[in-house]
Design a protein around this ligand. Structure first.
Ligand code: CP
Ligand code: NVA
Length: 296
C-alpha cells in the first residue's frame, strides 16, 4: 500500500486514518511503542519545515526512528535511478517518505519499493497535507456536513489533493483560480468519479460567498522561482485580505508569503487556524503511519 495521492485510499480507509489520527492525538502516550524498531526513510529534493519535523517527531513519538535524506545525502539525483534507490531503501527501512519535484518519481519509488511509499509533496499532489486539512475541518466544524470551503489561489499540488479529499468525505468546495492555473482535468474527473467535483470559477469573490472557510497557498511554489514576476501579475486580485476573508475561517498549508497570497493581518487574525492545521500534520501522519503499519 502506497499513498501517492489521497484517492489511493478508499473513503472508508481515509476515515480510518483520520479516526486513528484523532485517537493518537487524544492519547499520544498510549502509542509510544507502536513503531518500535521501525524506520522511516525521508527523501527530500525540496526544502521543508513542517513535513520534515512532523514526520521525524511523529516517528520518535511512536517509538521508531526517521532518517533525513536530503538532496546531497544520497545518490538519487546524482546518477542513481529511482528504481535502484527504491529497491535498496526497502531492504533497510519500513516506510519511505518522499518530497520530490516530478510526480513520476514517487510513482517510480512506489513501483519498485517493497515497503509503503508516502508522497510528502510533488508538483502535482500533497496528500499528507490533505489528511491534516481534513482533520482540522472535522475538528472545527464537528464533521464535514456543515462546512463549505472556498479555495482561492493556485490550483496545483495542495489544492489538487484537497479537491480529491473533499470529494471523498463529501465536503462542499469551490475552487477559484486565475485562468491558466486551474486544477488538472484529470483530478476533476477523479473527484467527479468519487462523487463530488468542486465548483470552479475565476472569481474569488464569488467563491467565498456562502463559504465558511477560505483556503489559500503560495502563488509561487517551490521550483517556480523563475516564474515569480509573471505569476504575481497573473494572481492579481486573488490575495486573501481581511475584506475577502470577512468572518470566515482562514486555512493555509504554510509556508505563507505574506503580502502575496495573504495579508499579514488576515493570517494573524483570530479567524486563522493555520497553527492548528500545522499541528495536525503531526497527528495526521502518525495516524497514517499507524494505519499503514497495521496493514502490513
Ligand atoms: N505545508 C508543508 O508541507 O510545509 P513544509 O513545506 O514546511 O513541509
Ligand atoms: N504549493 C506549495 C506548497 C508548499 C507546502 C509548493 O509546492 O511550494
Amino acid at each position: 500500500m502506497h499513498l501517492l495521492d489521497v484517492d489511493d485510499l478508499t473513503t472508508d480507509e481515509l476515515t480510518a486514518v483520520l479516526d486513528r489520527a484523532a485517537e493518537i492525538k487524544a492519547q499520544p502516550e498510549a502509542e509510544s511503542d507502536l513503531l518500535d524498531q521501525q524506520t522511516l526513510g525521508m527523501i527530500f529534493e525540496k526544502p521543508s519545515t513542517r513535513t520534515r519535523v512532523s514526520f521525524e517527531t511523529g516517528m520518535t513519538q511512536l517509538g521508531g526512528h526517521a532518517i533525513f535524506l536530503g538532496p546531497d545525502d544520497i545518490h538519487l539525483g546524482h546518477g542513481e535511478p529511482v528504481k535502484d534507490t527504491a529497491r535498496a531503501l526497502a531492504r533497510y527501512v519500513d516506510f519511505v517518505m518522499a518530497r520530490v519535484y516530478d510526480h513520476e518519481d514517487v510513482e517510480g519509488l512506489a513501483e519498485y519499493s517493497d515497503v509503503p511509499v508516502i508522497n510528502a509533496l510533488t508538483d502535482d499532489a500533497h496528500p499528507c497535507q490533505t489528511l491534516a486539512d481534513l482533520l482540522t475541518v472535522r475538528e472545527k466544524f464537528d464533521g464535514f456536513d456543515d462546512a463549505s470551503v472556498a479555495w482561492v489561489g493556485d490550483g496545483n499540488n495542495v489544492c489538487q489533493s484537497f479537491v480529491l479529499g473533499a470529494a471523498m468525505v463529501g465536503l462542499d468546495l469551490t475552487v477559484a483560480t486565475p485562468e491558466g492555473y486551474e486544477v488538472d482535468d484529470d483530478v476533476l474527473a477523479r473527484a467527479d468519479d468519487l462523487g463530488r467535483a468542486p465548483e470552479t470559477t475565476h472569481d474569488p469573490e464569488a467563491a467565498v460567498a456562502g463559504a465558511d472557510v477560505v483556503y489559500t497557498d503560495v502563488f509561487v511554489s517551490m521550483g517556480e522561482e523563475d516564474e515569480r514576476e509573471a505569476k504575481l501579475a497573473e494572481f492579481d486580485g486573488f490575495q486573501v485580505t481581511t475584506d475577502l476573508l470577512g468572518d470566515r475561517t482562514l486555512m493555509h498549508c504554510l509556508p505563507a508569503h505574506r503580502g502575496e497570497e495573504v495579508t499579514d493581518d488576515a493570517i494573524e487574525s483570530e479567524n486563522a487556524v493555520v497553527w492548528d492545521q500545522a499541528e495536525n500534520r503531526l497527528h495526521a501522519q502518525k495516524g497514517l503511519l499507524a494505519w499503514l503499519a497495521a496493514q502490513a
